[in-house]
Design a protein around this ligand. Structure first.
Ligand code: PLP
Length: 407
């Protein structure tokens, strides 16, 4: 069966170059990087080189002091947030947004139970952050502000460098963390000369394997470790380093820089073609984020009055893989917290699909989805309880098509 993988914000295929870079560290160079003998030297050298490559990828100045390898971005976020709070004694206030990934949002909910006060900043209908609300929320005892670089469900980009600057202008003691998981490989990440104190990325979102992440911590920013044990990662993250996977994420970072332009030209062209094709050919389709400021690979489209899970099942039967929200929440019947925060009406909320592309996708795949989407929606529309509403949408769409062809 033909397979079209349009769920690259959930995870990505490991690049062959990445796999080849990793293999020697699974086979011959398996030494523990903390050991003293020759076999281990290859591992510790690989660790050093990988740290340098990741630092270059992120624009970090000091690989040895600023780059910490973790098991995933969820761990990186937990480490950043809890690590700062432990070092900010007496400060009980945090700020984040309503549209963060669960690894940040649910941690804040947990922190509220532990006695912290959290301000959740709202977004508007196109997903943009209310900067004035953020500005006025910063207090004397605000320990940390966490704002993601790019949203995983809509692709909306936040100007985190500008936000970090605002935070520091109002309270220079407040730290700033950004979850850059969905930005890595899609837009240039550069922490140099910025007010960003901490930043997380995850290998499996840019063609490295699952199970390896990074936390950047600006030199001079002190965080407590989350995992206590040996002295690995300058005693900030205990546990023997996963050398093959670290080599993998470093290799993927080099490739991400190499393919950045393609992401923003060819992949963006494919995403735009898919988006326009669906909006033109599917009578009840509505774009959930019209924000121009988006990563180049993501679109989130609402199919009004149709159940998203049913759409996904029909796509799956045709070998088309997409998602109805973040992979971490799919399977739950709760509508997306991101779309709810944007005020997406209930008519689209349950029928929203995220398509996320990568450099492995082709125009032929886009055409295949554009061809099949109207058939799936027509089929599901027939069994929808909202016949009257769907008929109205169909008529409106036809009228629009006529106007477009005349105009
Ligand atoms: N942050 C964002 C924006 C994500 O999209 C994801 C994964 O979907 C994560 C964090 C968590 O990454 P990991 O799977 O490495 O824990």
């Amino acid at each position: 069966m033909k397979q079209v993988y349009f769920d690259n914000n959930a995870t990505t295929k490991v690049d062959k170059t990445v796999l080849e870079a990793m293999l020697p560290y699974l086979e011959e160079n398996y030494g523990n990087p903390s050991s003293m003998y020759h076999l281990a030297k290859a591992s510790s050298d690989a660790l050093t080189k990988s740290r340098e490559k990741i630092a270059k990828f992120l624009g970090a100045k000091n690989p040895n002091k600023e780059i910490i390898f973790t098991s995933c971005a969820t761990e990186s976020a937990n480490m950043a947030i809890r690590g700062i709070l432990k070092e900010s004694k007496g400060k009980k206030h945090l700020i984040t947004t309503r549209v963060e990934h669960p690894c940040v949002l649910n941690l804040h909910k947990e922190l509220e139970k532990e006695g912290y006060k959290v301000t959740y900043i709202n977004v508007d209908t196109d997903g943009s952050l209310d900067i004035n609300e953020l500005r006025s929320s910063i207090q004397e005892d605000t320990a940390l502000v966490s704002v993601m670089w790019a949203n995983n469900e809509t692709g909306t980009l936040f100007d985190v460098k500008e936000i970090a600057k605002i935070v520091k202008e109002i309270n220079p003691q407040t730290k700033f963390f950004t979850d850059a998981v969905q930005a890595a490989g899609k837009v240039k990440i550069d922490v140099s000369n910025s007010d960003i104190d901490m930043l997380s990325v995850s290998g499996h979102k840019f063609h490295a394997p699952k199970g390896v992440g990074v936390l950047y911590v600006k030199a001079g920013t002190i965080i407590s470790p989350l995992i206590i044990g040996g002295h690995q990662e300058r005693a900030k993250r205990a546990g023997t380093e996963n050398v093959p996977y670290i080599v993998g994420i470093a290799s993927a970072a080099e490739l991400a820089d190499k393919y950045l332009e393609e992401e923003n030209t060819r992949v963006k062209y494919l995403r735009d073609k898919l988006e326009q094709g669906i909006l033109k050919n599917v009578f009840n389709a509505k774009l959930n984020s019209t924000n121009k400021n988006r990563v180049p690979n993501t679109t989130n489209i609402g199919f009004q009055y149709i159940e998203g899970e049913l759409i996904l099942l029909h796509l799956d039967e045709l070998g088309i893989y997409a998602s109805s929200g973040s992979a971490c929440t799919s399977g739950s019947l709760e509508p997306s917290h991101v779309l709810r925060a944007m005020g997406v009406p209930f008519t689209s909320l349950h029928g929203s699909i995220r398509f996320s592309l990568s450099r492995y996708n082709t125009e032929e795949e886009v055409d295949y989805v554009i061809e099949n989407m109207p058939k799936i929606i027509d089929k599901l529309a027939k069994i929808s309880p909202f016949q009257k509403e769907l008929e109205e949408l169909r008529q409106k769409h036809q009228e629009q098509c006529v106007r477009n062809s005349v105009g």
